[in-house]
Design a protein around this ligand. Sequence first.
Ligand code: CUA
Length: 499
Amino acid sequence: MKRFLRYTATTTVTAAVALGLATLISGVLGSPSADAQPQPQPQTAPPPAPTSNPGAASIVPGAEAGSGSAAGSGAGSAAPEAAKPSIVEVPCDGATLASSFNGVVDGEIATGGVVKFTMPPGVGVIPDNASSAGLEVKAGETHCLRFDKDGTFLYHSPANQHGAITARQWYDILVNKQVEDLKGGNFWMPKAVNLTADESDLMYYATLGLSAFFFFGIAGAIVYFVIKYRHRPGHKPEPSPAHNDALEITWTVIPTILCVFLFYYGWNTYVRVVTPPTKAVEINVLAWRWNWQFTHSNGVQDSDLHVPVNTPVRLVMTSKDVLHSFYAPVMRVKQDIIPRRYTYAWFFPTKPGTYRLTCAEYCGTNHSQMGITNDGRRAVLVVHEPGGYERYLADKAALSTQLPPEQLGKMLYEKKGCNACHTVDGTPRVGPSWKGVFGTVVPLSDGSQVKMDENYITESMLFPQAKSRPGFPPSMPSFQGQLKEREIAGIIAYIKSLK
Ligand code: CUA
């Protein structure tokens, strides 16, 4: 009875002391305050260039040239823009050159950028296909060509060398850069580029170190005692003391102090992590199976997340269907995204670059493929140089109002994530392929048939379950309210073009 009382008293006193300290500390820390947050730093923004950024344009030798489908699909479209030449010759004097060539090599260039071709005698370049028309420089001549349309331009020289230049929007080039945190990955977390992540990293590594210390200490002691006091002939069991006050107080007080310290720093950091600053760039995030949609303040939508550097970014997130989770490892931000509810996350990017972005909540068949684009690339987080984010918003907004319907449709096919379920090459995936279906009569799950026309396609986008096709799960989300009239017409035009 006496022993029971002693143990009860020790435990109660310890708990009371820990609780008292914790209350005291949280009282001192106070409630979450936005004042403690970093404020946006003034940006030295260069004036927005209307369509392109010569600075970002660079010819990257060996850049992949496989995804040239954009170039050929424009044929047959009646849109006025499609008739414009893709490559324009410009005077070399005074032109801001994105790159120079003196042979046949592969390269990538920002749309609107100028390439100077200086061909040595005997090495001229001539186009390889119809979409490369205009790309021709004779041996021994110098020409400056401006690439005005996205696409891959194949060319070769009479010496049977082959090359390809891929023109992309400058921000798409950023998006295609190698992901920083995948370069030389190792056991440790990639270096954080979020200002507030430094604290949580310190916490993490301190806790890891502490755990390692006690793990090896305790495991070592166990092994030592097991060997020292093992049963062997002529060895009698040692009598155990009933209790030892000094020892018991030590093993209670030291861990208590450690726990209070962990609580103090944990609380401190947690408050900062969950309290977005009042002044932040706000981006809406919509997740669904299996894509992301990031909507910026000016209405620009994208499946890659573009953010400015040295500015707090706040994400307001919700899901169209099931649980997803936003996870950007370099930001140390992981937050569940829940249907019919908004959740928030924020970070303060400190270094421009292209970083990984994944869904961290199992959300169905293609969870691991969530955000994969048509060319097999994964959606990424792009932190822009000062001024780049503003230029991205302006260029992107201008582009989506200028595109002819078919190209708008092709862009939406990727940006709205249609490509997660529908292919354009005839292969069925989660949903039927879009290739060669327009105008055909297709069977429905209820045994009837429907003609694949503008009405059926529109109905299927807005009310996907109204007329579902046999052999495909009725899992398509509705795009009602997500697509403008122009965008619906664009997608129809794109499906029509896939013969
Ligand atoms: Cu979305 Cu996993």
